[in-house]
Structures are given as C-alpha cells and as structure tokens.
Write a protein that binds this ligand. Structure first.
Ligand code: WTA
Length: 645
C-alpha cells in the first residue's frame, strides 16, 4: 500500500510492553501452539480453581462448540477488585466525569469494593441469584459499573440496554432474556438534557409485564414509585459490605448483549466468564500499552461492547484507572473531550471516528486550547476511519507523538481482533494492520469461499480458529449462532466485514458485506428499521440501505411505499421519522426518506438492494444489470425522484 507510514518513536518503543520482535515471537507462538500460549497467559487472572483444560473448540458447521478453560473456576469481581486491594486499595479505580463539567468523582479500589459488595447484597435481597438475568438501563454513572460487577459477584447475568433505546426496544430485550430485575436511574443527564429513564421503564413494562425495578437516584426527580419499584440508596445504606464471591465456572455466562445483524430482531450475544475476561484484560494492556499508574479513557457507553470490555472489565482486571464520562463531546462546547483530557491528565484516549469527524469540523482551536501533553496512545473503534480524520487525530490531537491504534473487532469477538500495537508497528492511516495474538484472519473469495493465498488481495474477512474472547452462542438460539457465523463459509467464523490485505500483509477493513450499517459507530440492522417502518399503519413496504455520510460514516436511507390511497406528504415523512425513533430509539432516526411508489424487485419478489444502494449513493452509472427486474421502469422513477429531492 502506498502512502505514509508512522513508526513509533525510539523512546516509545523502548518503554513499550511489546515491540516488533516481541510481537512477532508472541504472535507465532499464539498460533503455532495456542494451548501453551493461553496456558501461560491465563496466569494474568486469579483462579479459585486453576484450569487444566485450555482449549476445546470446533468451527465445524455440524458441531460448533467453543470452550476455553472449561474446568477452571474464578469470579470476575474478585479479579477486577479484591485481588487489587492489598496493593492498590487507595488507588483510583474509576474517575467519573459528570455531564456537568464542574462535577467529578474519584472512586478508589477500596470504595469500589465496598459499593460492589453492598450492591451485590441488595441484588440478593431482591431475590436475584446465580444464573438470573438482570437488565441494566442506566446512564454513564459509577453505579453502572457497580451494578455490572455486583452481578458478577453473585453469578447473575447482566444484559445492558443502551439508555438511548426506546421503551419498545427495552421491553423486547427484557422479555428476550426473561429478566428478573431491571436496574435504571430516575433520569439520565446528557448534553444538559435529561432523558426520563424510569418513565421509559414504566412504558416498557406495559409490554413486558411487571418486572421489578431498582431505581438509582441520579437527579432526584420525582418519578413515581410503584410496588414493583425499589429505591437504590435506601437499600444500599442498609446492605452489608461483605458478600462472598460466587465461584463461577469459566464457561458460565457472564453477560448477554443484544446486537444487530443482517436479518431479524437483534440477537443476544453471549459471553462467558474466563475466556472473555482474560482476552479483555490482555488486549487492554497490550493494545493501549497500558502501564501502572496511567489514566485511561474510553469514551464509549457501557451500553455497547466497547464499554463492557474497555471501560469496565479489561481496565479493572488490570488494576487500571479508568475514566467514565457521562456526557457528550460537544457539551458545554466542542472542547469537552480535550478539557477532560487536560483536567484528568489522560494518557490513553479511545474514541470513535464519528466523534473525531464531528470535532474536526469545529476547528482546531478547540483542541489547541488545552494541554494534551499527557497523551501517549490514541485509539479508534467502531467503523473504518477515513485518512483525513486519522491525520487530524494524529497531527492536531496527538501532535505527531502518539501512535494511533485503529482497533477492528465486534460485539461477537469480545475484544480487539486486529490492531497495530503502538510500540511494534508503523501505522498507516485507515489500516487495522495486524491480527492480535491468537487471531488467525483469512481473506476468502466471496463466491468460491476459498482462502486467497496471495498477500495482496481483497475479499471477505473470516477467522480460522477460536480465541478466548469469542462469543459462545446466541442466547436461547444456538442454531441461529451457527447459521449466522459458520454456515456461509464452512469451517470459519464469518465476521460480516470485507477487507483488503496490502503488499506488506497489513489488513484494511472495507466495511460490512451484509445488510448491517454503521451509523455514527452504532451498528444497525437495516431489517430492524424496515420492520419499524412497516409497523406504521400507512406504510405498505420499506427498504432501508446505508449511504455515505460525512459525519456519521453512514446515514440511514429509507425507501417507503405507502398503502393504497395514502398521500405522500412531507408531514408524513416527519411522522415516520418520529415513529422509528419511538420504535427503536433516536440512533435509528432515518436521515433520508424517499417515497417509492414501486421498489425494484426480481420476478421472484426479492428487493434488489444493490440498486437501491447505488441510487442512495447518487451513483447511477453503475446500476448493473436491471434486466432481471419484474418492472425495470421502477428504477427510472426512483432515480427521477432522487434527483428531484
Ligand atoms: C465495524 C464494535 C473498521 C465493523 C467494537 C464490525 C470497524 C462492526 C472497526 C462491529 C474498525 C469496528 N475499522 N470497521 N476499527 N471496528 N468496525 O459489534 O463493521 O458494535 O463488524 O462492535 O463495526 O460493531 P460492534
């Protein structure tokens, strides 16, 4: 690949955990003898029963089964808290930066221990036990981390629902895992506005029934408590600060996290205890070159996998200081990220390209106002980063001194799969570069399904063997797990992304090859938006595709056909936009709605999305063969419509 490369400085390399030679040796060891490699790595965790079996995994379509450390026992909260207390009880575990720039909090490991033990006893008091599911619907407040860890202490399985999801989406997730308890807050302040979380829970319960609810008093608003509701503070104050940790098998379920796919409703990705935690901890230390005493900040929300692995579990397992931010990048102004970096002397900063693009547009002065000299490593995640944003991050934020780790991974993978390591690799703007230890990427020919042997190539990205952080199943539907990830390309894990391998053997992620789109770094199934649209009484049919969007990466483009006799008006477009927000949440808000009196279909009735994507992209020259359409004139009509917008 032509273009500039950015090697780490000599000084950075000298202090890094992993340099080029060490990466090469460790990577080779990890794929040549995974058993030996992970047996050595597993000593990073504290096990109450040391595993004797390391890897027992099969990607065989007929028998997909993934087990790591299967006879080992451990407890996640012990690994994230108790084992640090003797050496770092007074060290800050969590820095909480509130939405209000004048409010923050430092929580030490001792304090974290007390809160989590008490919280665990509160859960027990509410009848929650090992194996029960608990839904968290919370703002980015320390109690979110306490709640996660309290679940792990007693062996309950958490399922976090991003606080931006609507009551309808929340209800589906509560029912989906048959949750025993919902933990929420009265309200969620973000960007100076309060989202009524508890009210949303009340609305959700109209659909999913009267599940008990624990309410954290974040703003103190009067939210009306029913007999199914419990106030957090009062219960916590009464609770004992000692709760014995439940010993968990390495393969016991740790959490469920719903994520979008090509088809159907979101699926519950299941992660288990031992492999996930080990993988999150190792990747956190190595990818960010985290050293004792560093201040680390990941700007994600705990409602997404990035928040699970890289705000809570990875950093706390490593005894790190992790920053949790309640607000948004542009409140009270576009300098907020950099103000927080300066205020808390942040060393590693991890965010999404969409945030960088939005901030880049506000001008450099917002960054230059602040002292960012503590920054050492910068990271990105969630979507491909365009070279312009990468260069801005490198030059303006990092002042050319901070390696950028562009980490490619997924909810399903638990942790980083491909990324440059900051002390080992000369980075390239937009490249995810190298596989992490134990990860065996292959590029397949999309039609033949065979591995492409040439170094320089482009195709479908698959993984040839298991790694400890891999999801184990889809909650309650193992068949769907097998079908989604192991049936298109037999013998491999199919990630759903395309990629390019350059002449140096470095990887570039080219984006999804399925019907998933990436909107502001949030993963969205076009099928979900379609089913929300057709649930509206006036809509007969809808087809949704992604299109390039300067800030969001991809925008949501909807083609809508109305029921016979309905009028195509601008008011109805607004109504449909609001409707989708209500059905799913603001993150699914359509960017563009195009009326489509007819949709391009094959004679067998299949919508030809390829054509719809091209029209949405304003790329009419490349529509390809339209002769198989039942009614080719539909395409001209859509193009006319598009041009007249
Ligand atoms: C995309 C987020 C390019 C990709 C951790 C993947 C990326 C999906 C990158 C997973 C990256 C994530 N470069 N694309 N560095 N990181 N993606 O499950 O399409 O929310 O399949 O996990 O995001 O999204 P998810």
């Amino acid at each position: 690949m032509s273009g500039n490369t950015y090697p780490p400085s000599a000084e950075f390399k000298k202090n890094a955990h992993v340099d080029q030679a060490k990466y090469d040796a460790m990577y080779a060891a990890s794929v040549n003898d995974p058993e030996a490699f992970w047996k050595e790595q597993m000593t990073r965790l504290e096990w109450s029963k040391t595993p004797t079996k390391i890897k027992n995994t099969s990607f065989d379509y007929h028998n997909v089964s993934i087990k790591w450390f299967e006879d080992g026992e451990l407890n996640v909260s012990v690994n994230c808290i108790d084992r640090h207390l003797a050496t770092r009880g007074d060290q800050t575990a969590i820095i909480w930066e509130s939405d209000d720039p004048n409010v923050d909090q430092h929580i030490t490991y001792n304090e974290l221990s007390e809160k989590v033990n008490k919280f665990a006893n509160v859960l027990k008091g509410l009848g929650v036990g090992k194996g029960d599911r608990v839904v968290l619907y919370l703002p980015m407040i320390p109690e979110a981390a306490y709640a996660m860890l309290a679940c792990t202490r007693i062996g309950a399985i958490h399922s976090i629902v991003f606080a931006g999801f609507s009551p309808e989406a929340l209800a589906a997730r509560v029912s989906g895992c048959d949750a025993k308890l919902i933990i929420t807050a009265d309200e969620a302040p973000r960007g100076g506005r309060n989202t009524p979380l508890k009210k949303n829970v009340d609305k959700a319960r109209e659909h999913c029934g009267d599940v008990a609810c624990l309410v954290v008093e974040r703003t103190g608003a009067d939210v009306g408590m029913s007999k199914h509701d419990h106030g957090y503070t009062a219960l916590l104050n009464e609770a004992s600060s000692e709760c014995a940790p439940e010993p968990m098998n390495a393969e016991d379920e740790l959490f469920i996290l719903y994520t979008s796919g090509s088809t159907g409703a979101p699926k519950g990705v299941v992660h288990t205890t031992g492999g996930y935690l080990l993988y999150a901890a190792l990747t956190h230390e190595v990818t960010f070159d985290y050293h004792d005493g560093d201040i680390y900040w990941c700007t994600a929300d705990v409602g997404w996998v990035t928040g699970h692995s890289y705000i809570v579990y990875g950093p706390l397992a490593n005894g790190a200081t992790t920053l949790m931010f309640e607000g948004v990048p542009t409140y009270p102004d576009a300098g907020r990220f950099w103000a927080v970096c300066e205020k808390h002397k942040v060393n590693q900063f991890y965010t999404a390209p969409t945030a960088l693009r939005a901030l880049m547009g506000q001008g450099n002065s917002w960054v230059e106002k602040y002292d960012l000299s503590d920054l050492k490593v910068l990271g990105t995640v969630g979507e491909p980063i365009n070279p312009e944003a990468w260069n801005w991050y490198n030059d303006v934020v990092g002042k050319g001194n901070c390696p950028i780790v562009d980490t490619w991974w997924q909810t399903e993978t638990g942790g980083h799969m491909m990324t440059p390591l900051p002390g080992a690799h000369a980075t390239k703007p937009g490249a995810a570069m190298k596989p992490f230890f134990g990860v065996q990427p292959v590029v397949l020919d999309p039609t033949a399904g065979t591995e492409i042997a040439e170094t320089e190539c482009e195709g479908v990205l698959c993984i040839a063997d298991s790694w400890p952080g891999q999801m184990r199943t889809v909650y309650g539907d193992h068949e769907r797990f097998v079908k989604t990830y192991f049936s298109d390309y037999k013998g491999y894990y199919f990630a759903g992304d395309g990629c390019r391998r350059d002449a140096d053997g470095d990887y570039w992620i080219t984006g999804r090859v399925d019907d998933v789109i990436n909107v502001s770094g949030h993963r969205m199934g076009t099928a979900e938006v379609e089913s929300a649209l057709v649930a509206h009484a006036k809509v007969a049919e809808a087809a949704v595709v992604g299109y390039p969007h300067d800030i969001k990466g991809q925008g949501i483009y909807c083609y809508v056909t109305l029921m016979e006799g309905e009028e195509y008006t601008d008011e109805l477009k607004t109504e449909l936009r609001n409707w989708v927000r209500q059905e799913i949440g603001p993150i699914a808000s359509p960017d563009l709605i195009q009326w489509a009196p007819g949709l391009p279909k094959t004679r067998s009735g299949k919508i030809m999305r390829r054509i719809l994507r091209k029209i949405a992209e304003n790329d009419y020259g490349a529509l390809g063969d339209t002769s198989t359409l039942a009614d080719p004139s539909v395409v001209d009509e859509l193009i006319d419509n598009r041009m007249n917008k």
